[in-house]
Design a protein around this ligand. Structure first.
Ligand SMILES: [Zn+2]
Length: 433
């Protein structure tokens, strides 16, 4: 039995989305499961802790959920910015991705996981090539991951790609690993023919795994869908039965009222990616309307080619800021809502809210300790406001995933950062040579 105790903290549990902060509370976890959150005097300890963290003066809160990314695309960071989406993909990204080796994906993933763990991201929803390799990296460094092999229907090796993704997902779904939660990832409606999408839905329902897909990201996507399905992307996907499976849809930028209603009613998870949408000039998602209608909205960084970092706190700030401009209303997406998107909302969007997203007895212990000593976090009017509008990812001191301390005092405990950076640099140099 492994007991973790965190004492003396301000604790933000996010239970039911509530953003109240409790001072001087204690958290206990046994074998990775939260067994107590509350005042120290009411704790009936499970035993002497094997690991204890003094979080006096710090804030303990749920780890961030990155609801949409392509982690190993760290290798593309800074390689081709300020371009249109389609030429960027077709000329810069896809030709190099065709040459990726296992080593490239492993070290690109490790670099991304290192960055995320140091920034307080404890769970990542990933869609990429060679999913076995990315998953091995996640298991080696101890981050929680929803892996999926990308499925494309318009490439010469489409059948092999589908077979590999299905086999990978079936294998990991059967393992019931506590930290690896596989999905199936048809890339997007415009890259996957209808029959392929229908096959993926059937398999996802059979395997009890969610689907991870790009949806309604650009105006072009909407035009393509109207031309090919005679309906906007969300309504087209509703017609072909996509939402009969649990679906986490990345972007959802271009939505009309009917689309928003479908997303809310069918329980579609939304991975809102404001940084990527801004950089690629894709548009501003109606996240305020989605939240008001009860949709499950989380936040994603998207890949490092179009962001260029994996800092979810930055996405939370952008989500709050971009909505104010979009709605012409400074009260749109307040700090509390943005904070919920980054934590419990993200867990709901990836269908893991019975497991993580808030600090509650019975859930797995994914949490972070935020150092509150920095000058930009004073004076103390509202910690929630500070987190969204003023905190930096580097204020995260400790990161705990499934009860295991993976970052302590800003030092990664589960991977060698110097080696990771050097190996990722080598891969990038070879790929871009
Ligand atoms: Zn993406």
């Amino acid at each position: 039995m492994a007991i973790l105790r965190i004492d003396g903290a301000h604790i933000l549990t996010m239970a039911n989305g509530n953003t109240d902060i409790h001072d001087g509370w204690t958290l206990e976890a046994v074998d990775g499961e939260i067994t107590y959150v509350g005042p120290l005097e009411d704790l009936d300890p499970a035993g002497d802790p094997d690991e204890s963290i003094d979080a006096s003066g710090c804030l303990v809160m749920p780890g961030f959920v990155n609801a949409h990314t392509h982690t190993a695309m760290t290798l593309f960071r800074g390689s081709a910015g300020d371009m249109e989406l389609q030429p960027w993909l077709e000329e810069k990204i896809w030709p190099i991705e065709a040459r990726l080796t296992d080593d490239d994906v492993y070290w690109g993933s490790m670099l991304g996981f290192a960055e995320m763990l140091l920034a307080g991201v404890t769970c990542v929803n990933d869609m990429y090539y060679l999913p076995r390799v990315g998953t091995r990296a996640a298991m080696d460094c101890g981050i929680r991951m929803c892996p999926s092999g990308v499925i494309l229907g318009i490439v010469p090796n489409a059948e092999d790609m589908l077979a590999e993704a299905l086999q990978f997902t079936a294998e990991f779904a059967a393992r019931d690993d506590l930290c690896i939660h596989p999905m199936l990832a048809p890339h997007a409606p415009y890259t996957c023919p209808r029959e392929l999408l229908e096959q993926v839905v059937e398999t996802a329902v059979e395997m009890h795994v969610p689907i991870h897909i790009h949806l309604a990201e650009t105006e072009d996507n909407v035009r393509w869908s109207l031309d090919n399905y005679g309906a906007r992307p969300v309504q087209a996907m509703e017609r072909i039965g996509l939402f009969d499976a649990r679906v986490c849809a990345a972007h959802c930028v271009h939505l009309d009222e009917t689309d928003i209603e479908i997303i809310a009613e069918r329980g579609v998870g939304v991975a809102h990616c404001p940084g990527s949408n801004l950089k690629l000039a894709s548009g501003m998602a109606p996240s305020q309307s989605l939240v008001q209608r009860g949709a499950h909205v989380g936040l994603g960084t998207d890949g490092c080619g179009s962001n260029n970092n994996l800092d979810l706190l930055e996405e939370a700030r952008l989500a709050a800021l971009i909505s104010k401009v979009r709605e012409d209303d400074p009260t749109a997406v307040p700090a509390e809502t943005a904070l919920c998107m980054a934590t419990l909302g993200g867990a709901r969007a990836v269908f893991l809210d019975d497991c993580v997203g808030s600090l509650e007895v019975g859930k797995r212990c994914d949490c972070i300790v935020v150092d509150l000593d920095a000058p930009h976090l004073f004076p103390r009017h509202s910690l929630v406001s500070h987190l969204i509008y003023s905190a930096h990812a580097s204020d995260v001191r400790d990161t705990i995933v499934d009860g295991r301390v993976v970052v302590r005092n800003r030092v990664l405990q589960t991977l060698d950062l110097d080696e990771t950076v050097a190996r990722a640099q080598e891969s990038a140099e070879r790929l871009f040579a």
